[in-house]
Design a protein around this ligand. Structure first.
Ligand code: NAD
Length: 343
């Protein structure tokens, strides 16, 4: 039986990146059935919404989706499809690995971080109001249940992926109740992993400075929503930016794998954009499905092509198109050593 995956090609450069990525994933030899679900700009005109119910139903049915970027129309009244998806499917964990790649220029050569961001509450719960004409209030929600759930996710990820340490990031020195509860929840969960996974905590401002100066001191980071949003971009910057940053949103009822970057409309249809972030999101998807070796092979093949530098896209200094880069990755798949075996 093929593995049925919901494929949301998305807007702008999304469809060509999705085409490149599904070709690479098919080349692993695993049998996939891609259930294509349009969402985004095109469906606004046809169906009156960027996120028709059939898309959510498809993900609920298949449990796994691979998603290209979707344009958020400015000022149209439609909410971000990405935020709506996370809420509708209760995708509580945002997972973003940030690992240096040979061939991608950045400040450090040996960054290997994994950011685990709580995706459902904190200041992003969307509870805000004006207090009179000249003041606004946003409410920060932190619950024990959601904090322990994300901490458990971070520790389980660490165990499953051979990581050594989890660092909880917070501002509990100032927000003693809300961030205090987050930290306390992380400590409670950490106690169950004592002797297996190291645990420590850092105040978020200090964490940002240390990540910029000494990223090699850290491993898996677990953060509430707002700090996670900001620190994960900082970490993407440490390894060469958004074009190569994969991501996943994982919940109890499903998981959506997508690149961090947006739909880059100016490059749409030009066979120019870099599919690395979506292909690496596909590698995360393979690991999540239990195809750990295939995930490592795909990541290893991408790393080999980028390191060699002959067939990279414009943003990495090459002149290959999206599909030529995918061809090179497929060729390398045949001979690629697993990513974890690479320096
Ligand atoms: P963007 O990431 O789309 O593009 C910014 C710039 O980064 C591009 O102009 C391009 O130079 C470069 N870039 C991005 N992806 C690239 C790739 N794969 N290969 C090569 N270069 C790449 O950010 P933006 O311009 O702020 O957003 C455009 C649209 O995307 C907006 O509507 C935004 O809401 C949406 N967006 C969607 C998602 C998502 O679906 N998850 C995420 C971010 C932004």
């Amino acid at each position: 039986m093929p593995h049925r995956i919901t494929l949301i090609p998305g807007d702008g450069i999304g469809p060509e990146l999705a085409e490149a990525t599904t070709r690479v994933l098919d080349a692993t030899g695993i049998a996939f059935e891609w259930e294509v679900q349009e969402a985004g700009e095109a469906t606004i005109a046809k169906e009156g919404t960027p996120l028709p119910d059939r898309v959510l139903e498809s993900i609920r049915r298949n449990k796994i989706a691979l998603k290209g970027p979707i344009t958020t129309p400015v000022g149209s009244g439609f909410r971000s499809v990405n935020v709506a998806l996370r809420q509708a499917l209760k995708l509580y964990a945002n997972l973003r690995p940030a690992r240096s790649m040979v061939g991608v220029q950045s400040r450090y050569e040996d960054v290997d971080l994994v950011i685990v961001r709580e995706n459902t509450e904190d200041l992003y719960a969307g509870i805000e109001h004006m207090v009179g004409p000249d003041a606004a209030e946003s409410i920060k929600i932190i619950t024990r249940a959601a904090s322990e759930r994300i901490a458990r996710f971070a520790f389980e990820y660490a165990v499953a992926n051979g990581r050594r340490k989890v660092t909880a990031v917070h501002k509990a020195n100032i927000m003693k109740l809300s961030d205090g509860l987050f930290l306390e929840s992380c400590r409670t969960v950490a106690a169950g992993y004592e002797g297996r996974i190291e645990f420590e905590d850092r105040i978020v401002d200090n964490m940002c400075m240390q990540l910029v100066q000494k990223p090699d001191l850290y491993d898996v980071l677990v953060l509430p929503n707002l700090y996670g949003d900001i620190v994960s971009d900082l970490c993407a910057g440490l390894v060469g930016g958004l074009g190569v940053a994969p991501g996943a949103n994982i919940g109890e009822d499903g998981a959506v794998f997508e690149p961090v970057h947006g739909s880059a409309p100016k490059y749409a249809g030009l066979n120019k954009a870099n599919p690395t972030a979506l292909i690496l999101s596909g590698a995360l998807m393979l690991r999540h499905m239990g195809f750990v070796e295939a995930g490592e092979r795909v990541e290893g093949a991408v790393r080999a092509v980028v390191a060699e530098g002959r067939r990279t896209t414009y943003d990495l200094g090459g002149d290959a198109g999206t599909s030529q880069f995918a061809d090179a990755v497929i060729e390398a798949l045949g001979s690629a050593a697993p990513a974890s075996a690479r320096a």
